[in-house]
Design a protein. Structure first.
Length: 472
């Protein structure tokens, strides 16, 4: 039997193919890639510390920056979500985290498909924020039923892709020829379709209920709506965007600029108004397309992100608290003034690595320093935390923040909103719908905190074992 291509390789082939497709479809994305590459090169040149932090994990973090992207799609039905999970599994991407956007006025809930193992993440941490429309939140019963019927009729996966998924599940992998076919077929699901599947009146009725509903229901498939490169300096990138002919949204989502970056900071540029074609409302006698109507749709946009340290549950609680408390102080502010007010509001969030580690606010990865040896094992403290501190102090092990690989619901809502229009947020009664989401998905989503904890623990255990100190 022919050898299987690794899931990591299929993911990389796919993310390159997707990037090429998106660049061809949305030329501004190509401009954004050049700008980010430019800023990253400058940042590395001017900031030896940045380079040090990125090269530390065997250079992997630096290598991955250039290919690192995340994208987003919006699905319409439970069965689409179920099948997309199988598609991503072929690429070594698994659902991590649950994001309920209803409290932020978006009728969707979501997960992020991404690699979870250290090796896979360092090869290519490609992620796709995948949301599912919550039809039950459409108040108008008639509209709700029409949406369900339209979605029921569409097939967003090619037959050949479905066959390849069965083969992957049966044989545990795909050979080279099948992997190539898989990338081509899977890409079809993410492609833009300029022909709407419904007439203009139907489109406008959904659009009126919520712009997101029109975007999900009225097209042949869940077009990729952005692909986001990772910048090492989001403030500089945001500032340079206008010179490159790109207009960013007014504020950067997420935590403020800090010495020790945490979580995720994001900004986007406005969605494009793109020409679309509505099919004829009534096909004329001759069956011709005389009634086709032209229109426009705004869905696809550009985004950049800067990633920092993953926070522990305690760190995340503090972040959520400070962000909520900052609302009043930052309300209505934009740009630098907004950043300054936000930084002020985050004054109580420690901003050095040692304190973040000692207070258990962020996750760290532990590595033995080159040629590390414990001079006098008997003198080391017995208690685990004290032992770790002593080993770090003696330069035997080094602790580095683990990069945050996930998303932030408040920021995601901000990104959705800036692209759908501020007026898009509606008030939805909040019900616990995680169970529904997981039932549709066919599995429970992985807990991101548990994943970070395992990675941290594994790296620490490996250090202690190598030093012969595993007894603690
Ligand atoms: C997804 C928006 C969320 C992010 O980076 O937080 C997102 C969407 O608009 O479909 O991509
Ligand atoms: Ni995004």
């Amino acid at each position: 039997m022919a050898r299987h291509v690794s899931c990591d390789d299929i993911r990389t082939r796919f993310s390159h193919a997707m990037s090429d497709m998106y660049r061809a479809e949305v030329p501004q994305y190509g401009t954004l890639l050049k700008l980010v590459a430019d800023i990253n090169a400058q940042t590395l040149y001017h900031n030896a510390h940045g380079q040090d932090a990125l090269t530390d994990r065997g250079g992997s973090e630096l290598a991955r920056i250039e290919i690192e992207r995340h994208g987003a799609i919006r699905l319409g039905t439970a069965s689409e979500l179920y099948t997309i999970r199988r598609v991503f599994a072929v690429m070594g991407m698994f659902p991590v985290g649950y994001y309920d956007l209803a409290p932020a006025g978006m009728p969707v809930h979501a997960t992020a498909f991404r690699p979870v193992e250290d090796d896979a993440l360092s090869q290519n941490p490609f992620r796709v924020f995948t949301s599912l429309l919550r039809l039950e939140l459409i108040e108008d019963e008639d509209l709700r039923e029409r949406a369900a019927a339209i979605l029921e009729r569409r097939q967003i996966f090619t037959d050949r892709l479905l066959t390849l998924l069965d083969r992957f599940d049966a044989e545990g992998g795909l050979n080279d020829e099948d992997a190539t076919a898989f990338v081509i077929e899977a890409l079809e699901t993410f492609r833009w379709h300029s022909h709407a599947t419904v007439d203009a009146d139907t489109y406008h009725a959904f659009h009126q209920a919520h712009r997101l509903i029109a975007d999900v229901v009225c097209f042949h498939g869940p077009h990729i709506n952005h692909l986001t490169p990772r910048t090492l300096d989001i403030d500089a990138t945001q500032q340079a965007m206008p010179e490159w002919g790109i207009t960013p949204k007014a504020t950067i989502e997420g935590p403020p600029r800090r010495d020790c970056p945490i979580l995720l900071r994001q900004t986007s540029f406005k969605a494009l108004e793109e020409p679309i074609v509505f099919p004829a409302e009534h096909v004329d006698e001759s069956g011709g397309e005389a009634g086709e109507e032209a229109g426009t749709h705004t869905a696809r946009f550009g985004e950049i992100e800067q990633r920092g340290a993953a926070l522990t549950r305690r760190g995340r609680r503090l972040y959520d608290q400070l962000l909520a408390a900052s609302r009043e102080a930052t309300h209505g502010l934009e740009g630098e003034i907004h950043q300054r007010a936000l930084a002020e509001a985050f004054h109580d969030f420690p901003d050095d690595e040692a304190t973040l580690r000692r207070k258990g606010l962020a996750w760290f990865d532990y590595q033995l320093a080159d040629g590390a040896r414990v001079a006098d094992p008997a003198s080391l403290p017995g208690e685990r935390d004290a032992l770790i501190e002593a080993l770090i102090e003696q330069g035997v092990i080094r602790a580095r923040p683990i990069t945050y690989e996930d998303f932030l619901p408040v920021s995601a809502a901000g990104i959705f909103q800036s692209n759908l229009g501020e007026s898009s947020a509606q008030h939805y009664a909040t019900t616990d719908s995680r169970g529904d989401f997981e039932a549709a998905l066919g599995v429970a989503v992985e807990d991101e905190f548990a994943l970070y904890e395992q990675r941290s623990e594994r790296s620490l255990a490996a250090c202690l074992a190598a030093l012969g100190l595993s007894r603690v």
